[in-house]
Design a protein. Structure first.
Length: 285
């Protein structure tokens, strides 16, 4: 007998685990599988509602204690770099961008391991082996690219295919309304060059060249030092109360840290807008 997938996605909730952003709190995620012929449409629709992709899964924070994790994106047309960001772009002028199909390489993994061992030695990805890394890069049912940044050789000119070391990598999804920076890592020895900021600046350029209105950055968490850098970009919007709104000051988001700031899971699922290919939501939360 042939089995077919349901038209509407089924949503689930992970078990609570320690929050990586705010001390003393627990996190959980609302998630659904990303598969089938409508995967790209589902990804586009849910990304506009604060969801993120991880391989074949779409997820969004759904914590019981707070709602501090807020999906963030940059309005490309209105973005203006700060003086610091312009200096960052100049500091990395020796890097050459190359966009590749989502296929893992030994150079990428070596850089990934050095990045984790230096920056996130105790994080949730610290034990990833080469096969898990390859799955993270390659298991995508939608249009994705690996954006590499390599150093030009001493005799190379801008625009040449760089022959120097690989310095930074970003796994990027191409959405109907923008670019989603799924995961990025860089040479930890180059931390003073602000490569994380540089990759965002370059993705803004890529989106502008492609006529795409947004660059999706993942989650901004007020009160988390790890996420402070995202608030330094102009024209930032965050997804709050089921719509996108301009980011203001940290103080305006203190309510998101309150345990009564979250809606019940069933209400969260009921508020999700699905693409026309789905007729109903299966509530499995």
């Amino acid at each position: 007998m042939r089995h077919t997938l349901p038209l509407a996605p089924q949503f689930y909730v992970t078990a609570p685990q320690e929050c990586p952003y705010l001390d003393g709190r627990m996190e959980r995620k609302l998630f659904t599988a990303l598969q089938g012929e409508h995967a790209e449409t589902l990804n586009d629709t849910l990304s506009k509602q604060g969801f993120r992709r991880s391989q074949n899964v779409l997820y969004r924070p759904s914590c019981a204690e707070c709602s501090a994790c807020l999906s963030a994106r940059i309005r490309v047309a209105d973005f203006q770099p700060s003086k610091s960001q312009r200096r960052t772009a100049k500091r990395n002028a020796m890097l050459e961008r190359r966009a590749r199909a989502p296929w893992a390489s030994e150079d990428q993994y070596e850089l990934f391991r050095r990045y984790l061992d230096t920056r996130h030695a105790e994080g949730g990805m610290a034990d990833m082996d080469v096969f898990e890394f390859a799955a993270m890069i390659e298991e995508t049912p939608i249009k994705s690219r690996v954006i590499e940044y390599a150093e030009r050789g001493p005799d190379q000119l801008p625009g040449d295919d760089a022959t120097g070391p690989l310095r930074a990598v970003c796994l990027t999804d191409v959405l109907e309304d923008g670019l989603s920076m799924v995961y990025s890592f860089y040479d930890p020895d180059w931390h003073r060059k602000s490569l994380g900021t540089y990759m965002i600046l370059d993705h803004i350029d890529i989106a502008r060249e492609a006529g795409l209105p947004y660059v999706y950055l993942g989650y901004w968490v007020p009160g988390s030092p790890k996420m402070d850098y995202k608030a330094t970009f102009s024209s930032i919007e965050i997804y709050r109360d089921n719509h996108w709104t301009p980011l203001v000051t940290d103080e305006d988001y203190s309510a998101e840290l309150h345990p009564l700031s979250t809606d019940p899971i069933a209400e969260q699922v009921a508020s999700i807008t699905l693409p026309d290919t789905a007729s109903k939501v299966h509530r499995e939360a």
